[in-house]
Design a protein around this ligand. Structure first.
Ligand code: B12
Ligand code: SF4
Ligand code: SF4
Length: 343
C-alpha cells in the first residue's frame, strides 16, 4: 500500500472509531510555534504550570521530540453538549462543572481509540512505529491540528473547524510511516469577537493570546493555593473549568453530536452544600473515573467555597463554617472568605 492509500484507509478507520476529523502534517509544520511559546512563557502567562516551561524545546518542535517521526496524525473527537452549557451559571446554589469534565476522563477515552488506530497503522504500514499523545506530553496539539488542516485556532486560542465547531478534544499519533500531508487550514473568525467579549475575567490580553493566570479554567484546575481575592467574585459558581468562550462561538452550529458515550453528562450541577460536606474518601468515591478527581479534595473544596461565597445565599454559611479551621490554609481562607461574603 502506498502512502496515499494508507492514509485513505486510515481516514476511514478514524471515522469508524468515532473521530470527527483527521488530518496529517509533517513534524516540522509549525515553525512559528517555538517563538510564540517562548513569548508566552517569558510573559509568565503559564502561571504555576511549570511543566509548560519544562522541555519547551520539545513542545515547540515535534521533530526534536521524536526525530524518527515522519508524519503527525491529528484527530478531533467531539464532546458537544446537548443543552446550553451556560444555563447552570444562573443556579447559584449549584456548582457549574465544565462540559469537558461532565463525563469520564477524555485522556483515557481518546487514548484507547488512538491506540487501536495506531495498532492498525503498525500492521498496515508493515511495522511502522508510533507514539500516541493526548494532552499529557510536550506537544502543541492546536497549532499541529491547524497545520494538518483540521481547523484553525480561534481568537480564544482553541481549535475549531467548519465541520464541527469547537467542542472537540485533540489527539495525536506520531509515526515513522510516510503519509501525505494535508493543506493547513486558514482562519475564519473574521470580525467576530464573541469569545473575547464574554470572558468574565478578561483573560485575553489580545486576540489569540491567553493569560492563563486570569483564566477560570486555570484558576479552578491548575492553580495551587489561594486565588487572588480580586478574581474570586468573577468565578461565580464555576467550580471546575469554564466554558464561556467556547459556548458563544457561532461555528458551534456545525457541532457534531459526540460519538463517545463516555462523555455523557453524569456529574450535572450538584448542590454546593452537598459538595462542601464531602470528606476525602467521599470526594474520591464520587469522582472516580472523572477528570475532577485529579485536583484532589482540598482544591475542589476551595473552589466550592468560593462558589458558596458568590452564591448570595446566607443559608449556605452553615456549609462553609465547618471549614474555617481546615488544615489546608487555602481551604480555611476560602471558608472564611465565603462566610464574610454572605454575612
Ligand atoms: C496548557 C493548557 C491549558 C491552559 C492554558 C490554555 C492556553 N490557551 O494555552 C489552561 C489551564 C488555561 C487551559 C484551559 C482550557 N483547556 Co487546555 N490545554 C493546555 C495544553 C496542555 C497546552 C496548550 C498550549 O500549548 N499552550 C501554550 C500556548 C502558547 O499555545 P497556544 O494556546 O496554542 O497559543 C497559540 C496562540 O497564542 C498562537 N498565537 C499567538 N499569536 C497569534 C496570532 C495569530 C494571528 C494566530 C493565528 C495565532 C497566534 O500561538 C500559540 C501557539 O500556536 C493543551 C494540550 C496540548 N498538549 O496541546 C490543552 C488543550 C488546549 N486544552 C483543551 C481544553 C478543552 C481546555 C478548556 C476548554 C477546558 C475547560 N473547559 O475549562 C480550557 C479553554 C481555555 C482557553 N480559552 O484556552 C483542549 C482544547 C481542544 C481544542 N479544541 O482546541 C486541549 C488541546 C487538550 C486536548 N487534548 O484536547 N488549557
Ligand atoms: S475559559 Fe473562561 S475564563 Fe478562560 S478564557 Fe475562556 S471565558 Fe475566559
Ligand atoms: S467566537 Fe468568534 S472570534 Fe471566537 S473563536 Fe469563535 S468565531 Fe473566532
Amino acid at each position: 500500500m502506498n502512502g496515499a492509500e494508507l492514509k485513505a484507509r486510515l481516514v476511514e478507520r478514524a471515522r469508524d472509531e468515532g473521530f470527527a476529523a483527521m488530518g496529517v502534517c509533517a513534524p516540522d509544520a509549525i515553525p512559528q510555534a517555538p517563538a510564540r511559546l517562548a513569548a508566552w512563557l517569558a510573559e509568565g502567562r503559564h502561571g504555576q504550570m511549570g511543566w509548560m516551561a519544562d522541555r519547551a524545546d520539545w513542545r515547540g518542535d515535534p521533530a526534536a521530540l521524536w526525530p524518527a517521526a515522519r508524519s503527525v496524525i491529528l484527530l478531533a473527537d467531539s464532546y458537544a453538549p446537548e443543552g446550553d452549557p451556560l444555563a447552570v451559571l444562573e443556579q447559584r446554589d449549584r456548582g457549574a462543572v465544565s462540559v469537558y469534565a461532565q463525563g469520564r476522563d477524555y485522556h483515557d477515552l481518546v487514548k484507547k481509540r488512538l491506540k487501536r488506530l495506531g495498532r492498525w497503522l503498525i500492521e498496515a504500514a508493515g511495522g511502522a512505529e508510533i507514539k500516541v499523545f493526548v494532552d499529557t506530553a510536550p506537544v502543541m496539539e492546536k497549532p499541529l491540528a491547524q497545520a494538518a488542516g483540521l481547523g484553525w485556532q480561534g481568537k480564544h486560542t482553541n481549535l475549531l473547524g467548519r465541520g464541527f465547531g469547537n467542542w472537540v478534544f485533540l489527539g495525536a499519533i506520531f509515526t515513522t510511516a510516510d503519509l501525505p500531508a494535508d493543506a493547513p487550514e486558514v482562519e475564519h473568525c473574521g470580525s467576530c469577537t464573541a469569545c473575547l467579549d464574554i470572558c468574565p475575567t478578561r483573560a485575553f490580553p489580545a486576540p489569540w493570546q491567553l493569560d492563563a493566570r486570569r483564566c477560570i479554567s486555570y484558576l479552578t484546575i491548575e492553580h495551587r493555593g489561594p486565588v487572588d481575592p480580586a478574581l474570586r467574585p468573577l468565578l461565580g459558581n464555576r467550580i471546575y473549568g469554564c466554558d464561556d468562550c467556547l459556548a458563544v462561538c457561532p461555528w458551534n452550529k456545525f457541532a457534531q453530536a459526540a460519538r463517545e458515550t463516555g462523555y455523557a453528562a453524569r456529574v450535572g450541577a450538584p448542590p454546593l452544600a452537598e459538595l462542601a460536606a464531602l470528606d476525602d474518601a467521599g470526594f474520591r468515591a464520587r469522582f472516580a473515573g472523572s477528570p475532577i478527581k485529579r485536583i484532589g479534595r482540598d482544591r475542589f473544596l476551595r473552589n466550592v467555597l468560593y462558589a458558596i461565597g458568590n452564591s448570595g445565599d446566607p443559608g449556605l454559611i452553615a456549609a462553609a463554617l465547618p471549614h474555617c479551621g481546615d488544615p489546608d490554609p487555602a481551604v480555611a481562607d476560602a471558608a472564611r472568605w465565603a462566610v464574610t461574603m454572605l454575612s
